[in-house]
Design a protein around this ligand. Structure first.
Ligand code: ZN
Length: 327
């Protein structure tokens, strides 16, 4: 037996055979003699069958298809990434399909075999909104990636008994899922999302402010931030007191000359627009200390909600649960 094992290993080392015929019938030394009658040697896809070129010999079982399958899996690269869990769907008694937003590769959908077992390579790490380190095999086609490992770094637990923090967390996941494409990485957005979940879990700042900051960060990093200072049509600065026109379809504020004839225009107070500007500015950290009165909060939610609905083509599911943010 030992000798046969050595022969097989030698044959593989030789790289001449995709092997293996019945190993106790054909040895590696046989493989070095392709002229020997009855010896099947498959080099790559080419079949060299000296004695019977076209007729497979029943004694020799080529595992070429297995080799192809093996080389397919081997060709899938194993990748490591930091990920936020956006969605978990049960797939079988032990497995689930997860949607993850990774810092390195953007959104991905993966099959996690054995993830529902308490013990295993996932150790219950694939919890909604959890931050984990994952190892996965990338698929080149449209099929699911294969998750092989997940290590929990931080579980999401909303602060206190405040349901709005929990719903806000779900809303972050929904926006990440809906606004991003698969395999389109946005590391800055990942960091913003991770910080937002940390703030919601720790109860840092008002939920309404944390959510608004994240919405604007998501729009900015994905290139959808509406124009807040210059008219979206002509580029003239839109300043002054009183009310300002915001074109939801146009994608930003409109000056008095460009406003007529535009569809889906909402009116907002100039003061509210300035609050929106400060929340949208990544360099301005003052948003944490700002107190926003009730009417401005309602106006802000109205404008941002309508803009996001227009962008997504539908109302985000979690908008219904975030009503208290406007009140
Ligand atoms: Zn204009």
């Amino acid at each position: 037996m030992k000798r046969r094992g050595e022969e097989e290993r030698r044959a593989f080392r030789l790289g001449t055979a995709s092997i293996v015929s019945l190993p106790n019938v054909v040895t590696a030394s046989d493989l070095e003699k392709p002229g020997k009658p009855g010896v099947s040697v498959l080099a790559g896809n080419e079949c060299s069958y000296p004695a019977f070129p076209l007729i497979p010999h029943p004694l020799f079982i080529s595992i070429s298809p297995f080799k192809k399958a093996f080389s397919f899996f081997a060709s899938m690269s194993s990748e490591k990434a930091t990920a936020l869990v956006l969605r978990v769907v049960e797939f079988s008694e032990t497995s689930c399909v997860v949607t993850l937003f990774t810092r390195e590769f953007g959104k991905l959908h993966g099959l996690a075999k054995g993830a529902r077992r308490l013990k295993g390579p996932f150790e219950s790490a694939l919890d909604l909104l959890a931050l984990c380190r994952i190892v996965f095999l990338r698929k080149s086609s449209e099929s699911l990636d294969l998750l092989t490992e997940a290590k929990l770094e931080r579980r999401f637990r909303a602060a206190g008994r405040d349901l709005s923090s929990l719903y806000a967390g779900y809303y972050v996941a929904e926006l990440l899922n809906e606004l991003t494409d698969s395999a389109d990485p946005h590391p800055e957005l990942f960091d913003e999302a991770s910080e937002t979940l940390l703030a919601l879990a720790g109860g840092h700042g008002s939920v309404a402010s944390v959510v608004l900051r994240f919405e604007l960060a998501a729009l900015r990093t994905l290139g959808h931030l509406p124009s807040l200072t210059a008219c979206v049509e002509c580029g003239h600065l839109v300043r002054g007191e009183g009310r300002v026109a915001f074109g939801v379809m146009a994608g930003g504020v409109l000056c008095g000359r460009c406003r007529p004839g535009k569809k889906h225009v909402v009116s907002m107070h100039a003061g509210t627009l300035r609050i929106l500007e400060r929340f949208a500015d990544p360099a301005d950290g003052a948003w944490r200390r700002m107190t926003i009165d009730r009417s401005a909060r309602g106006e802000l939610r109205g404008v941002v909600n309508q803009y996001l609905c227009h962008l997504l083509g539908r109302k985000p599911r979690m908008h219904g649960y975030l009503g208290s943010l406007a009140g």
